[in-house]
Design a protein around this ligand. Structure first.
Ligand SMILES: Cc1cc2nc3c(=O)[nH]c(=O)nc-3n(C[C@H](O)[C@H](O)[C@H](O)COP(=O)(O)OP(=O)(O)OC[C@H]3O[C@@H](n4cnc5c(N)ncnc54)[C@H](O)[C@@H]3O)c2cc1C
Length: 444
């Protein structure tokens, strides 16, 4: 192991979409002198930001019926930043690698869901003026297979908009890195560099890695579920645990033209099942994600088993929270059935029932389990309230921030970077300047 000690004003740990968005923001919109980023793998965006691990959706809150109007307002503000960033890419072939645009809708099926969607529409159409409420015939024009084989007596209704962004968030990581390097070519980026231990000293942090030691005045941990494990090693977030909710997908040859979401079960903090065209191939429709708890911080990586338990915590409180959460009837039934979706033979036969709410005529032989696809969401458990919390969490400590990022963490990456940059400038005693006006002009 090298003994070199490198010193930074700011060190970012994690090269997913959250860490790289922050690197870009610091490089383009501040004059902070020395910024470094370390990533344990050999490339950026290989964990939850990889396009095969998430649903590739830029969430705005218009068709996600688990969002309240306030949550939708906040997510929209941040998703708009990513949208503006994507739209500012002028190179057509690079744009295609970054994102595709499709229509998107949320579909209500049956009397109760139709009533709920009608109630939702007035407030949401004010926030999203392009959102239209459409009935059976119009739904059929946009998505013929949503009508094909559907009982003519079944009530359906949809909210639809043209602005469905499907994003390759791994490519977005690369774009952030490329553009950050254009601003500051001497940025220090270290791949294959894993934080092993972090220590707080009087005026700086020491970060021990497999490649030697780093020093930084301010540290931002953008390591997904690992952020909470690192926070706990410094005494933060002791009242929190994570429930690691793996999401799997099924694919079919193109059966939808755009994104079709189903209505949300109110108690669940995970997106309802939806059908989406693949970001790089509209000939494939992907259905999912499912949600089942696993005891790993990274999907398909058994080496993160022990790290999961370190993050979960071994005391009585997390266990009581877990019992409280899983004894909820809605959640318990949901988790059990989601376990079954991953099983060979039976999984496909059960899951197709969910998909047929969207595409009633889908045949079993059209559907395929997407093996090795789907990451895991570090869903926050609050051991004080003993409840699952929705969305991302940010822990702020002494010149250190920990970002824990279940969905829609990729959609909010630039909004998160905006907040963190403001905090970082404060941590550095306003020695540097955050050019907020330019950020806001460019991206808000
Ligand atoms: C099934 C599923 C569907 C989803 N769908 C959507 C969606 O449609 N839209 C949306 O907005 N969000 C979605 N999400 C959430 C989204 O994928 C994440 O919020 C987002 O990718 C988080 O980005 P991140 O940079 O925080 O984490 P990651 O992309 O996981 O990056 C964390 C990085 O930290 C690195 N790291 C960890 N530990 C260390 C260490 N010790 N040292 C150095 N580096 C380290 C990792 O290697 C990794 O590269 C979905 C998630 C899942 C699982």
């Amino acid at each position: 192991m090298s003994e070199t000690i490198q010193s930074y004003d700011v060190l970012i740990v994690g090269g997913g979409v959250v860490g790289t968005a922050l690197l870009y923001t610091l490089s383009k919109y501040t004059d902070v002198k020395s910024v470094g980023l370390i990533e344990k793998y050999s490339d950026f965006g290989l964990v939850n930001s990889a396009s095969y691990n998430n649903s590739q959706t830029l969430h705005f809150g218009d068709i996600e019926t688990n969002y309240s109007i306030d949550k939708a307002r906040s997510v929209k503000r941040m998703a708009d930043m990513v949208m503006k960033y994507l739209e500012s890419e002028k190179d057509i072939s690079y744009r295609k690698e970054l994102f595709s645009k499709y229509s998107k809708m949320v579909l209500a099926v049956g009397k109760d869901q139709v009533q709920d969607l009608k109630k939702r529409y007035p407030a949401f159409s004010e926030l999203f003026p392009k959102l239209k409420m459409i009935e059976r015939d119009e739904i059929g024009k946009i998505e013929p297979r949503v009508l094909e084989g559907r009982d003519p007596g079944q009530e359906i209704l949809a909210l639809v908009t043209e602005d469905g962004y499907t994003v390759d968030f791994k490519r977005l990581c690369h774009s952030f890195i490329d553009n950050a390097l254009k601003e500051k070519p001497d940025l220090d980026i270290h791949l294959d560099t894993k934080l092993l231990k972090i220590k707080k000293n009087e005026d700086h942090y020491t970060i021990l890695t497999n490649k030697g030691e780093f020093r930084a005045s301010v540290v931002i941990i953008a390591a997904g579920g690992h952020s909470l494990m690192i926070a706990k090693s410094l005494g933060y977030g002791k009242n929190l645990s994570v429930l690691s909710m793996a999401g799997s997908f099924y694919t079919a040859p193109k059966v939808l033209n755009g994104k079709v979401y189903t209505m949300q079960v109110p108690k669940l903090p995970f997106a309802a099942i939806h059908g989406d065209p693949e970001v790089h191939s509209e000939q494939i429709t992907r259905f999912g994600p499912t949600a089942k708890p696993i005891f790993q911080l990274e999907r398909h990586n058994m080496a993160t088993f022990f790290e999961y338990w370190k993050t979960f915590g071994m005391g009585i409180k997390p266990i009581l929270s877990l019992l409280n959460i899983t004894f909820d009837k809605v959640l318990f039934n949901y988790i059990v059935v989601n376990f079954l979706y991953d099983l060979p033979f039976i999984g496909k036969r059960l899951f197709i029932r969910q998909i047929r709410k969207i595409v009633p005529s889908l045949r079993l032989n059209e559907l395929r389990y997407a093996k090795g696809i789907g990451g895991t969401r570090p869903q926050i458990v609050n051991n004080t309230t003993r409840k699952l919390e929705m969305g991302e969490a940010k822990l702020c400590g002494d010149k250190i921030i920990f970002n824990i990022t279940p969905s829609p963490g990729a959609s909010t990456c630039l909004g998160n970077a905006y907040t963190d940059t403001g905090l970082i400038i404060g941590f550095l005693n306003n020695k540097y300047k955050f050019n907020k006006e330019t950020f806001e002009k460019d991206l808000m």
